[in-house]
Every structure is written in C-alpha cells, then in structure tokens.
Write a protein that binds this ligand. Structure first.
Ligand code: DC
Length: 224
C-alpha cells in the first residue's frame, strides 16, 4: 500500500497545528501533533517533581513511560500512561518543560519510534520540529512554516486575550525567542529547515491564505 506523508516543521506559534488540521480535513488525512507527545513527557516530569533539564532523571523516567495518540470525536488525544492529558498540556509551564525534555536523546528515540509506527500504514500530515529531517525523511511534501517572532508573539497575545486570559506581549516575545533558541540549538535533532522543504513565511498571510497556498503545493505533488 502506498501512503502519502506531509511533514510540517517550524518554530512555536507559526500556526503549524491549526494549518495542519485544516489541510488534513481537506485532504482526508490523519493529523498528528507530535509536540503534544513532548508536552505529555514534560507534564509527567513536572508531576513527579523531576527537573526537565536533568537528562539522567528524565531518561530513567522515559523507560517506564508510554505516550500514545488516540482519536476521539475526530480530535487527537494524547494518552500519557493511559491517561488522556489533553486538558493539561497547553500551559506555559508545560511548554517550557516540553522544550527542555525534548533535548534528551532517550526521549526523542522513544517518541520518534512511536510516531513512525503510527504513520506506517496511513496518509498522515504531521507537525513538529524534526519531521522532515528525522521522522519522515521520505515525506512526499515537506514544509517549513514560520513567521517573525514579533508576529507570533502578537498572535499568541490575541489568542490568550480571546480566552479571557492575561497576556503580557513583551514577556511572550521573550519566551518565544528563548524557545526558538533552545529548539534550534540542541545537539539532537534541532529545528532546521531541510533543503527540500518548501519555506512558508506567513508573517503577512492569514490562516486561510496560508492553507490555500500549501494545499496548492500538495495537490500539485499528488498529481505527479
Ligand atoms: O509544537 P509544540 O509547541 O507543541 O512543541 C512543544 C515542544 O516540543 C517544543 O518546544 C519543541 C518540542 N518538539 C520537538 O522537539 N520535536 C517535535 N517533533 C515536536 C515538538
């Protein structure tokens, strides 16, 4: 059976997951948010009082951890040791912990294996940091989706405000820059744009325009 894989990589807050979700719906593909899996591991470390920066402790923890993805009412759910942790993984604290634990080779090896096995038999659109470079190097289409840090911070601020939450745009910008730096400079599978990835800078595009642009590229490739 031949399967079609689409990889979307890029920094935090560039709109990877909302764009990937829309594309998956249009194309009838399964969408996989790999960041959610790193977030689940970060959450477990926080819950156990383990320092996410402590490689030895996190690597020992991962040996007795299971992270799976399941679909419920069409929405991806992350199962951490069998518990659906979706409601707990979107806080700033978990974002920082996820970025820290994602540096460790033991964590990446375990999660990459799980991600590959999920896509072996299905048409998948997957987003993350190492999808085009490590998880799906043979993906038929690869995108590198990005926007300037200022634009990403502004979007995140509006998102939080729309949810009635407090948002300090300057602090958010500092956090985004710090996470970009941490994700791009780590030794194992850093965030990089592979040469065969199509660069999509959506600083001046809305979500609809971004999706249409990407969809056209996918359809062109599918027709070949
Ligand atoms: O995409 P996100 O913000 O939910 O990702 C959370 C963290 O996980 C992010 O700081 C980097 C890390 N990550 C990764 O290293 N590799 C992936 N494929 C996905 C996420």
């Amino acid at each position: 059976m031949s399967v079609f894989h689409i990889a979307i990589d890029g920094p935090s807050g560039a709109g990877k997951s909302s764009t990937a979700k829309k594309l998956a719906k249009e194309l009838g593909f399964t969408y996989m948010d790999t960041g959610a899996m790193y977030r689940a591991v970060g959450l477990k470390a926080l819950r156990l009082g383990i320092d996410p920066m402590d490689e030895e402790a996190v690597s020992a923890m991962i040996g007795t951890t299971s992270v799976d993805l399941a679909l419920e009412a069409g929405e991806q759910q992350v199962l951490l040791d069998g518990e659906n942790v979706n409601p707990f993984i979107r806080t700033q604290e978990v974002s920082a912990a996820a970025s820290a634990v994602s540096k460790w080779a033991a964590v990446r090896t375990m999660l990459v294996e799980a991600q590959r096995s999920i896509c072996a038999t299905s048409d998948v659109i997957m987003d993350g940091r190492d999808i085009g470079s490590v998880v799906l190097p043979d993906a038929q289409v690869k995108f590198f989706l990005t926007a300037s840090p200022e634009v990403r911070a502004h979007r995140r601020t509006l998102e939080l405000q729309a949810r009635g939450e407090e948002a300090d745009e300057e602090k958010i910008l500092r956090e985004i820059i710090a996470r970009d730096e941490q994700d791009s400079s780590r030794a194992v599978s850093p965030l990089i744009r592979v040469p065969d990835a199509v660069l999509v800078d959506n600083s001046d595009m809305n979500e609809e325009e971004t999706c249409q642009w990407m969809l056209n590229i996918v359809r062109e490739r599918m027709a070949k």
